[in-house]
Design a protein around this ligand. Structure first.
Ligand code: ADP
Ligand code: MG
Length: 384
């Protein structure tokens, strides 16, 4: 749904025109998985898929919310409703953003919001961050708060962690808020310093496919929490603040010091090698060697599958099939246990790879995947 249609629907719902329309994208992470809660590196880029929100201020302390993508009418709540503990319905995301902004001392007196999103929900493409960031940006703009993008991302993360109750890192919100067209975002999650790395697939005759396996990551909070705790244990055993502080060159010595804690060894090895893979991809892209990124992606997948153990049969099938049919590289992206994989391929190989993956899913009896091409797109912005 385009910006104009979202604005029109707002007017139908609320009987007055919106004050503006904003957009914020979903993302895929090129490389750097499960590094963001280890103070490490990530490298997402924005998808053309985005959440669009039409918004107008209110001055009576009410928040009214409507999504074109959810059954049901306009939800209405008072801004003074206390923070819910744990997930409610979808309205917790925008309500959480308003809560986080107000908690940070910003004066917000109410809003009417209608939104629509083309980011598939629960596919590991960060529909939740798109939703949070579009609302945060709209309110920042309308209430003239002057909050910088990385601080807005922090507040959105706080909304998701505390108000929605989902323990996520900072990558998704930073990607949605800060990505730019034609670039991947090289982000240091320790201090949020960032560099825009040119990532022009088309110029190199390449394509990047996103394969949504349609397997919903059914909030694997238990598995996520366990790995997070394992990483913290590894850092504690090694006497560092976070696994980010283990240099790649010292990995073998560090693993030897962990000793017979086999699971911690695997988790630490993934995180340290993954940070190193991000740095290698940055170097390759800066040198214009996009093709050479492929094998690094595939290595990353093997590490997530064998060491971090967050893959699943559908994701493995995408990667194995793509590589067997001429792809340059492939890996799961996002938290794992379902969601999406990415495939880097020559433009001329895209049809063959797509067909092979679709056929492999049929042969395996899996739900048909959703396959689309991803072009590095714009971050959050006002569109009307
Ligand atoms: P992901 O971010 O990977 O897509 P999450 O579980 O983090 O998955 O977020 C998905 C949730 O975000 C949905 O269950 C829903 O509550 C909310 N959401 C996403 N898109 C929309 C939308 N267009 N309208 C309403 N809620 C949405
Ligand atoms: Mg999410």
């Amino acid at each position: 749904m385009g910006a104009q249609r979202v604005a029109e629907r707002f007017t139908e719902l609320y009987g007055a025109r919106p004050e503006g329309v904003w957009a914020a994208p979903g993302r895929v992470n090129l490389i750097g998985e499960h590094t963001d809660y280890n103070d490490g590196f990530v490298m997402p880029f924005a998808l053309p898929h985005q959440a669009i929100a039409a918004v107008a201020r209110r001055d009576d302390g009410l928040l009214r919310l409507h999504s074109a993508d959810v059954q049901g009418g306009v939800a209405e709540m008072s801004l003074d409703t206390p923070a819910p503990q744990g997930a409610g319905d979808w309205t917790a995301y925008p309500a959480g953003v308003v809560w986080a902004l107000r908690e940070a001392g910003h004066e917000i007196t109410g809003a009417d919001i209608h939104l629509s999103s083309t980011v598939p929900a629960g596919a590991g493409l960060s529909s939740s961050a798109a939703l949070e960031v579009v609302i945060a940006l709209a309110l920042d703009d309308l209430y003239e708060l002057g909050v910088q993008p990385r601080q807005l991302a922090r507040l959105c993360q706080r909304a998701e962690n505390v108000y929605v109750g989902a323990p996520t890192g900072i990558m998704d919100q930073m990607a949605s808020a800060c990505c730019t067209v034609g670039h991947a975002l090289f982000l240091d999650t320790r201090d949020l310093s960032q560099r825009q790395i040119p990532f022009d697939l088309a110029a190199g005759g390449l394509r990047l496919l996103v394969v949504d396996t349609r397997v919903k990551h059914a909030h694997n909070a238990g598995a996520y929490g366990k790995r997070r705790a394992g990483c913290e244990k590894g850092a504690a055993l090694l006497g560092v603040d976070a696994l980010r502080d283990i240099p790649y060159a010292d990995l073998d010595a560090a693993l030897a010091r962990i000793g017979d804690e086999e699971e911690v060894v695997r988790l630490v090895r993934h995180v340290v090698t993954e940070d190193h893979r991000v740095e290698r991809v940055v170097e390759l892209l800066r040198a214009g060697e996009i093709r050479a990124v492929g094998p690094v992606l595939s290595e990353g997948h093997a590490s997530l599958r064998d060491d971090f153990r967050v893959s699943c049969p559908e994701l493995d099938l995408v990667v194995d099939t793509a590589l067997a049919n001429g792809a340059l590289g492939a890996r799961m992206t996002g938290g794992g246990f379902g969601g999406s994989a990415i495939v880097l391929a020559e433009a001329a190989e895209v049809n063959a790879v797509t067909k092979a993956v679709e056929e492999a899913f049929i042969a395996a009896g899996f739900t048909a995947p959703q396959i689309f091409e991803a072009v590095p797109s714009a971050g959050a912005r006002r569109v009307n």
